[in-house]
Structure formats: C-alpha cells, structure tokens
Design a protein around this ligand. Structure first.
Ligand code: 2P0
Length: 332
C-alpha cells in the first residue's frame, strides 16, 4: 500500500485543485506523548506498532501559511529563514505536497513559524505536518474532517496524527493494512491544574533523527520485543490516572514509559543515546526533589531536553529549582 493510495481512498474523487482563497492558514499545537510512539509496523504509511497518548501544548506549535506561486518549484521559509531546496526538510515537504497534486499543476510558498526549538526533541515535525495539512485544507477548501486530516498528516510524520486537538489525545494504532483505523481522537478529560515545564538543555540539531533512531531500535534492539507490552500496560494505567485525577500515577507512568523507551534505544547498535550529562543531572535533581516529597516527574522524547510534569500548586517550587524552565499551561 502506498501513501497515494491512502490519499485517493480519502478523497474518493479527483482532488480539487482550484484554490478557494489566496492563502491557506492554520495553527497546530505541538504534543508531548505521555505514552510514546516508538516503532512502525508500516514504514511507508507511518503506521505505529502501538497506540500512544499525548497532551497538547496550548499555544506552542506551528503557524503555517501557504500561498500559491507562479514558479515550477516550492519554497519554504522556517522562522524567517529560507530553507535550501535540496535540504531533507524541504524535500520532505515537497514530497508530501506531491501526494495532493498528482499532475504537479501548482507550487507554493510555505511560511512556517514555530515557537518551539526545531529538531531538539520538541515534536516540531508533529505540529509542522499537522499545520501544513490544515493549511492545505484551508487553501483548497477540501472540507476534510479532523479524522481525515489526522490520517493524512500521519503520512508526513506519525506524531502529527495527534496534533489536531488540544488536551489529551490518543492515537489508536489500528490493525488495518491501509491505516484507515490508525487515527487519533481527543479524550473528554480536562485537567486545568496540570502544567508542563520545558527544560531545555540544548537547542542543537539532534545527532540522529527520531525517524532513523526509531527504525534502528526496531531492527537491532533486543529490548524492543518488550516495548508493546509495556505500552499496553502504561496506556491502561494512564487512563485510570486521568479518570481518577491521580497525578502521582500519571507522572510515574509517563516517566517510566519514557525511560523504558530510552532503554530500548540504548540497546540498539550502534547505540542511540539522547542523554547529555545535563539531562542525567536534571533527572537526579528531580528524583532528589521527589524524595523530599515534591510531586514532580519528567518525560523525554528524541532529544536531550526534559519536559517536567507537575501541578499548578508546585509552580513556584519548580521555578525555584529550575530557574530556566519555561512553564506551559495545557488547558485554558
Ligand atoms: C512520540 N516521538 O510519541 C515519540 C516519542 C519521539 C519520541 O513521535 O518517522 O517525528 O515522522 O513518524 O513522529 C517522533 O517521531 O516520526 C515521535 P515519524 P516522528 O512523540
């Protein structure tokens, strides 16, 4: 099954190619997985081995503007910087656009503004592809549903499937080979006291992309066989924590899930290690604070930075212990 087959199955008719507005514009929030997506059962369609569950960061994400242009190529600007056409990033975007223009009749100028560090493990591809997909939908007035947008954005980047909603979002792994059931949906649970703290150790480009690291883990880590079981358990416990508003259970489950994911990576060969000395030092600081009774947990994605998880009542403690932390509300 190819990506273009999925696009065809969703549109069911020739894709409308006439823009309805001068510009397509959309914002998508980035999302932080509390139970992670790590490993694909279908590399072409970005179909995951397991389901995952994330929380959206309300006002952190990507704003994408698409304008048609009278050129035979696309241009991409990220945070006011032109991206070279031959770069991996620009090629990935153009190939994604090709799915929606079988005859290559149109080309676009894409302006992406992200208020998160790109490629430092802060899910920039998630909000990037989600906002790109929504902006295309806006430009051509395709009137796709959020479910359809989630499936289509997943073809660009797996975690983008979860970036169409705020709050808690579950991406169902699905079982169908065409991935029509591998779609995200929001959970009807709010937790206004919940806070996420972004603890940035490095904004440098990561040493290995999450896509490559994920594949290497699946291909070479002996620990990977335990991962689906761990995710299944953690998803059940996390949902229980959400329903009962048990913060220790939420924090502990998210932290343990992230550490297990990184353990599977460390057992890959060559080893995938996203920890910097500063990452480990911060972990020890968090564990020491927990020993003193503070309800503070962390999660970590494919980068050296940590995301702190805590409740509003601990905000001043967190700020006092981590002066550089950027605190983000996750509910209005
Ligand atoms: C997640 N990550 O659940 C996990 C945890 C990183 C660590 O999804 O190849 O950029 O585009 O499907 O979505 C990052 O991987 O990978 C990711 P592709 P993606 O958030």
């Amino acid at each position: 099954m190819k990506k273009s087959d999925v696009v065809q199955a969703i549109f069911r008719q020739p894709i409308p190619q006439d823009p309805k507005h001068e510009k397509g514009l959309a914002f998508a929030p980035t999302n932080i997985a509390l139970v992670k997506y790590w490993g694909k059962r279908d590399v072409e369609l970005n179909l995951p081995v397991t389901s995952s569950l994330s929380i959206a960061l309300l006002d952190k994400g990507a704003m994408t503007t698409i304008t048609l242009q009278d050129q035979a190529y696309d241009t991409v600007v990220l945070n006011n910087q032109a991206i070279p056409a031959h770069s991996e990033f620009a090629k990935r975007i153009s190939q994604f656009l090709d799915l929606f223009r079988p005859e290559k009749k149109w080309h676009v100028h894409i302006d992406i503004k992200m208020n998160i560090p790109a490629a430092a493990g802060l899910a920039s591809s998630a909000c990037g592809f989600a906002s790109l997909m929504s902006a295309l939908n806006d430009l051509f007035n395709w009137q796709l549903t959020l479910r359809q947008l989630s499936i289509l954005a997943r073809l660009g980047s797996g975690s983008a499937a979860r970036s169409f909603w705020t709050g808690f979002v579950e991406w169902h792994a699905g079982v169908q080979p065409d991935g029509m059931d591998s779609v995200a949906e929001p959970l009807a649970i709010e937790w206004p006291m919940l806070r996420v703290g972004l603890l940035t150790m490095s904004e440098k480009q990561k040493p290995i992309s999450s896509r490559e690291a994920m594949q290497r883990t699946v291909d070479s880590s002996i620990l990977y066989s335990a991962w689906p079981k761990k995710v299944m358990q953690d998803l059940a416990i996390l949902k229980q924590a959400l329903h009962t508003k048990n913060f220790s259970l939420l924090g502990g489950t998210a932290e343990s899930n992230a550490l297990t994911m990184h353990a599977t990576m460390l057992a890959s060969w060559p080893a995938v290690c996203y920890f910097l000395p500063e990452t480990i030092a911060a972990m020890h600081q968090i564990w020491a604070l927990r020993q003193q009774g503070m309800e503070l947990y962390f999660t970590q994605d494919a980068g050296p930075n940590l995301k702190l998880l805590f409740l509003e009542t601990d905000t001043h403690h967190v700020k006092a212990n981590f002066p550089t932390v950027e605190i983000v509300k996750v509910f209005e």
